[in-house]
Design a protein around this ligand. Structure first.
Ligand SMILES: Cc1cc2nc3c(=O)[nH]c(=O)nc-3n(C[C@H](O)[C@H](O)[C@H](O)COP(=O)(O)OP(=O)(O)OC[C@H]3O[C@@H](n4cnc5c(N)ncnc54)[C@H](O)[C@@H]3O)c2cc1C
Length: 319
């Protein structure tokens, strides 16, 4: 069984999420037998390092054009046919999510988006687990086709080094013409994407205005965390929309999510309740967020947070 994790490396910068995809594929191969053939679209001269995370081989494709589902799905179809892939693993990100459907159609494959587990096997069919009803419940999905394509929820498996660098086979191919053209990109420079952040400090209306965000940013800097916010905060432009998490915003799964002055409405929780540890600071003991929290502090954030930041700085200074 060949398993193909698909990595978009047009920016020539491997990310933790790429290693996670390869490591996940390695765990599936270890459980059921098979080889991991990591497919790197874009720069691949350094791609042999994916062997450290469990790739048996790396297939490199020189493509530096626009991200376009028809181009990417055609590439994946060709490699999948050439290497007789059983399982294609995409990241559950802004590129993987639109791609999964077109890859599934081209391969006549079952597709499961946002998977969370190493699948079980029943009568030669995989059974994957994924979140449903805004992650308030889980579904087990059985695949009924020969080929399967999944997108893996980011931060589900911490990548571990299990091997050493492997050779890269460069493949050249004809690309179809893209069906879209990116005319402009507005990017928050220098930040780790929220979907890949280990620690997130997030603020809600309880901060009362953008002029008070320093208290949150100081805590985030002390922890080396990314910053996020609730929807009303970005709706009134206290913070950029790129920070809005929740049902209609970004879905995150950090190891630590600290919520300051956020009530914990169901639409907010939908985007954060798969965080490994949730800490809530809120002055209202009845705030719904406390029900989803692992740790809670009932108090005025303007008193609590500076003390917490100082304590963290002292702790880090002494270690
Ligand atoms: C269709 C739909 C989709 C939505 N999608 C999203 C989404 O994706 N993400 C999202 O976040 N929301 C979403 N919402 C909005 C959501 O329902 C809530 O209105 C929103 O999350 C509330 O934001 P908040 O917690 O920042 O503000 P509030 O509900 O006003 O809560 C502020 C909290 O701060 C606390 N507080 C105030 N002062 C202090 C202080 N000094 N110290 C400590 N605590 C303090 C208060 O006790 C309160 O709990 C959506 C709503 C709808 C209808």
């Amino acid at each position: 069984m060949n398993i193909l994790p698909i990595i978009d490396n047009r920016k020539n910068l491997f990310k933790k999420a790429d290693f996670e995809l390869v490591y996940y594929s390695h765990l599936v191969a270890k459980k059921f037998g098979g080889k991991v053939k990591a497919v790197v679209i874009g720069a691949h001269s350094e791609a042999g390092i994916l062997g450290k995370y469990g790739a048996d081989e790396v297939i490199g494709i020189d493509y530096n054009g626009t991200f376009d589902t028809s181009v990417f799905s055609t590439i994946i179809k060709k490699i999948s046919d050439d290497y007789i892939a059983k399982l294609i693993v995409l990241p559950h990100t802004s590129s993987g999510k639109p791609l999964i459907g077109s890859v599934a159609i081209k391969l006549n494959a079952a597709s499961v988006s946002g998977v969370l587990n190493i699948p079980e096997m029943e009568n030669n069919s995989f059974i994957f687990k994924k979140g449903t009803y805004s992650s308030k419940a889980y579904s087990n999905i059985k695949t009924l086709s020969e080929k399967v394509v999944v997108s893996l929820m980011t931060n589900s498996f911490s990548p571990v080094e299990v091997g050493s660098p492997v050779p890269v086979s460069a493949i050249s191919m004809e690309f179809v013409s893209p069906k879209v053209k990116v005319v402009a990109v507005e990017k928050a420079e220098g930040k780790i994407p929220l979907t890949e952040s280990d620690i997130i400090v997030s603020g809600g209306r309880g901060l009362r205005g953008p002029e008070n965000w320093g208290v949150l940013i100081d805590l985030a800097e002390a922890l080396g965390a990314s910053t996020a916010c609730s929807r009303p905060v970005s709706d009134v432009n206290w913070r950029p929309h790129t920070e809005h998490v929740g049902q209609t915003g970004i879905v995150v799964r950090p190891n630590l999510y600290i919520a300051l002055g956020i009530s914990g409405a169901i639409q907010h929780l939908a985007g954060v309740n798969n965080s490994k540890t949730i800490v809530v600071i809120n002055k209202d003991p009845e705030a719904p967020f406390f029900k989803a929290a692992d740790y809670g502090i009932i108090g005025d954030l303007f008193e609590v947070v500076p003390k917490l930041t100082e304590a963290i700085k002292r702790f880090k200074g002494g270690n």
